[in-house]
Design a protein around this ligand. Structure first.
Ligand SMILES: Cc1cc2nc3c(=O)[nH]c(=O)nc-3n(C[C@H](O)[C@H](O)[C@H](O)COP(=O)(O)OP(=O)(O)OC[C@H]3O[C@@H](n4cnc5c(N)ncnc54)[C@H](O)[C@@H]3O)c2cc1C
Length: 564
């Protein structure tokens, strides 16, 4: 089974330590038990028990220190990061978040040439420290060009003044990697700030949760040369390159949340009897479960495949810059679809304080909005469209990247520019030889979209129309999503029935977005005609559907329950 079952961890690791990290993390939550987990969620204490556990077990030290910067078991290894993030999401987004913002805070540190700060970070991780990423500001949102955190010359160093907003772990971090600009030359800067310094003022926690998502102010905070992480273009690149690493983990939080919610939901619905039958005997409820499960398996297959490209990336192969934002925007919005489907099926049960579902239903909404909204990420991936469809390149085949290795390239990604020059392997190869009705239908829809772009590419006014761009971007995203799912299906020995079930909803999703694109006020006649070619009805096969229900979905009833 491809879905995570924490009581039966099966993911293979080349070393004992990685497997131990996963097992101990699961044990921490299972020993804590569901009652206390949920009581903490609703009472909102700071999660010091979790942080004590990860400190004592050196879990962040092993997972978040690149090889050569710390103990021998330390490495930055996306293969194991996937499951770690998934487990944390499975038990609660708050636990994932304190780790995630530590990952982000560490980005500019592991990318710096400032060896003393790297050593400080490594020691802090060994001591159980957490980190923070101080990029966002209250008035500027996604517009990070407009930072008001200003460093003014003061003797040999500077004084920093300004406020940051939405900064996770800003209360307790060992180092807050803070983004700002120099007053004299207006260059960007990343520097290390210390929450314990008297000039660092913690203003408030802006959210009501176990997380501390801080607003903080630096008032004449002294910054010395040795506190500087990056300046100028390098500071900008460090911000974007860090988000490139971090945004990938958002998809895994969604996958973890949906997996736990699915176990709970099916176990409830399948055992609840109404009108003398199981709730899951009602055709619409069964369909919701089959679709939720298919969407979740697709999320996982895609995110796993994206990891292969991330781990094998280099300055010559930057394809991960398309797949990572897709994990962020596509996998997390699919997570919302999964929860919506499950919630419709279990109705009132989803509100109860004793269930994980109530927490899942709220937290799943956060992921599409963090680290760049869905809009920002679609606008980003749209840059790749021309090369993706019309100028494919040859690359060596990338296999499953599950080796014990440090992902060196992530901390030397180089300039964040030149996205339009990145080339991709031909997506059509993934469809070749797959003899499944809905996969073939999808390939025809993808071809209609390619023809649309060839015959009637968006004109200058359409390029400025963000709604138009978003509708087209969603179809492009579906083609990439389908491609990587197909690449990964044989690697995970995915059953053909389940693969066709996945493509049933993918065909439907393309049709939905094609209708949206056709309905844009600015769409041309040729564009509308091509959109109509994409309005295809998926092929329903009752026998296949029944097998998927019986073999993959019904069997999840009672398959996992958290210790009380
Ligand atoms: C719980 C939580 C924790 C967070 N933790 C951190 C943290 O630890 N560190 C940190 O630095 N930040 C953090 N953030 C900030 C987060 O990254 C921002 O919320 C995000 O960057 C978007 O900014 P915004 O929500 O203010 O939206 P805005 O920037 O105000 O966007 C408003 C609207 O404009 C759209 N938009 C903006 N720019 C574009 C564009 N270029 N193209 C298309 N549409 C666009 C958006 O999609 C949105 O619909 C956190 C936020 C939350 C809610």
């Amino acid at each position: 089974m491809i879905l995570l079952d924490p009581k039966n961890l099966t993911r293979p690791y080349p070393d004992a330590r990685s497997a131990e990290i996963m097992r101990r993390t699961v044990d921490f939550f299972e020993s804590k038990g569901k009652r206390r987990l949920l009581a903490d969620y609703y009472d909102r204490p700071w999660y010091s028990d979790f942080l004590e556990f990860v400190g004592k077990e050196r879990i962040f030290a092993s997972m978040c220190t690149p090889a050569g910067e710390g103990a021998p078991d330390a490495r930055w290894d996306t293969w194991r990061i996937c499951e770690f993030a998934e487990i944390l999401g499975f038990y609660g987004l708050q636990y994932w978040y304190t780790w995630q913002v530590s990952v982000l805070g560490l980005g500019p540190i592991w990318m710096t040439g400032n060896a003393a700060l790297r050593r400080k970070a490594s020691r802090a991780l060994e001591d159980g420290g957490i980190f923070a990423f101080g990029l966002s500001e209250k008035d500027h949102g996604a517009d990070i060009y407009s930072s008001d955190m200003v460093l003014t010359r003061d003797g040999d160093g500077w004084k920093a003044n300004g406020r940051k907003y939405y900064i996770g772990n800003g209360n307790e971090a060992a180092i807050v990697s803070t983004f700002g600009r120099f007053e004299d030359d207006d260059e960007y800067v990343f520097f290390a700030a210390d929450p314990k310094h008297p000039s660092y003022h913690l203003v408030q926690n802006v959210v009501a949760s176990q997380n501390y998502v801080s607003e903080f102010e630096l008032r004449d905070y002294p910054v010395r040369e040795e506190d500087i992480l990056h300046r100028g273009r390098a500071a900008w690149d460090a911000a974007l390159n860090t988000v490139n690493i971090g945004k990938y983990n958002l998809g895994w939080a969604s996958i973890g949340i949906c997996t736990h919610a699915l176990y709970e939901a099916i176990t409830h619905a399948h055992n609840r009897r109404l009108y003398g039958m199981r709730v899951t005997d009602m055709s619409h409820v069964r369909r919701m479960f089959v679709e939720a499960h298919a969407r979740l398996v697709a999320m996982k297959l895609f995110a796993l495949r994206a990891a292969d490209y991330m781990r094998s990336a280099s300055s010559e192969d930057r394809r991960y810059l398309l797949y990572n934002p897709m994990v962020k925007m596509k996998v997390t919005t699919q997570g919302e679809r999964v929860i919506d489907l499950l919630w419709d099926a279990i109705a009132a049960k989803g509100f109860e304080k004793d269930g994980y579902f109530g927490q899942a239903a709220v937290d799943i909404r956060a992921l599409p909005k963090l680290e760049g909204t869905v809009h920002v990420n679609i606008a980003l991936i749209a840059k790749f469209m021309p090369n993706f469809f019309f100028d494919p390149a040859e690359y060596p085949e990338i296999g499953r990247q599950d080796q014990e290795a440090n992902d060196d390239f992530l901390f030397r990604q180089g300039s964040a520019r030149g996205l339009g020059q990145i080339r991709f392997h031909d997506y059509r190869r993934a469809f070749e030889g797959v003899d499944l009705p809905n996969v073939k239908l999808f390939a025809e829809q993808a071809e209609a979209f390619r023809k649309l772009l060839q015959e009637a590419p968006p004109g200058p006014d359409q390029m400025k129309d963000v709604d138009f761009l978003l509708a087209g971007g969603e179809i492009f995203a579906l083609v990439v999503y389908a491609q990587l799912i197909l690449e990964n299906a044989p690697r995970y020995e995915l059953d053909a029935d389940l693969l066709d079930q996945i493509f049933e909803f993918l065909v439907r999703d393309v049709a939905e977005h094609a209708l949206q694109l056709a309905n844009q006020p600015g769409s041309s006649e040729v564009q509308v005609a091509r959109c109509h070619e994409m309005l295809r009805k998926p092929i329903h096969d009752a026998a296949r559907y029944e097998r998927v229900w019986k073999q993959h979905v019904e069997t999840l009833d009672g398959a996992y329950a958290m210790n009380p």
